[in-house]
Write a protein that binds this ligand. Structure first.
Ligand code: NI
Ligand code: MN
Length: 212
């Protein structure tokens, strides 16, 4: 599948965009107008995740998938939405999307993560959003995760050591680290995470696209 990383926690997986923090993101040299997608998922309301989600959804006539309180705000601005809450699951196009917990804060609803199953490709992704390590990750480990996108930056999320413990609970076939770019005020080397991780780790340069 075609995966592109924009820095922070923003990914485009085929036609599904997650946490599009594009304007104001210094690791990302593109404009929101450069992104085409059909689905925009937002894990929580912090500006480095909600980012340009409303604008991109509107311009692409894409559907915005988020917790009820964010979806409500989006609808007020004329965005098509699929409101959800933790534990819920919906199908859109080739995707089966399940919302799961994240241990963090948020000013609209609760912070969340997503389990994203692409039925056509038979691949399952777990995007953790911003989170600390939590015991419920062992339940996510029962979902047969192919690729886990995990924050490793520390301070606002898990750091490298807790992310390594998360990998033990989630048991993904591969990990893509995220949320470690310099503007977080941290100086985290994803190569250190890769060296210590028991599972294959795929590191993306900012704006890099890979076929995985
Ligand atoms: Ni956050
Ligand atoms: Mn964040």
């Amino acid at each position: 599948m075609r995966i592109r990383y924009f820095g922070r926690s923003a990914f485009l997986i085929e036609d599904l965009l997650i946490d599009p923090y594009i304007s104001g993101n210094r690791s990302c040299e593109i404009a929101p107008e450069d992104i085409s997608c059909r689905i925009v998922c937002v894990t929580h309301s912090h500006p480095d995740h909600l980012g340009d989600a409303f604008e991109i959804a509107k311009r692409n006539d894409a559907v915005l998938v988020a917790i009820f309180e964010i979806a409500e705000k989006a609808e007020e601005t004329g965005v098509r939405t699929e409101p959800m809450n933790i534990g819920g699951e919906i199908g859109i196009g080739d995707w089966q999307i399940k919302m799961v917990e994240a241990v963090h804060s948020a000013d609209m609803g609760s912070p969340t993560g997503f389990i994203l199953k692409n039925r056509k490709a038979g691949r399952t992704f777990y995007h953790a959003g911003d989170t600390g390590l939590f015991a419920g990750m062992s339940l996510i480990g029962g979902e047969d995760i192919d690729i886990a996108m995990l924050p490793i930056g520390g301070r606002y999320t898990m750091g490298i050591d807790d992310a390594l413990r998360a990998v033990h609970l989630i048991k993904p076939k591969m990990v893509i680290p995220m949320h470690y770019d310099a503007p977080t005020g941290l100086n985290i080397d994803p190569q250190e995470f890769k060296r210590k991780c028991m599972k294959p780790v795929e590191i993306f340069r900012f704006n890099e696209e890979k076929e995985i």
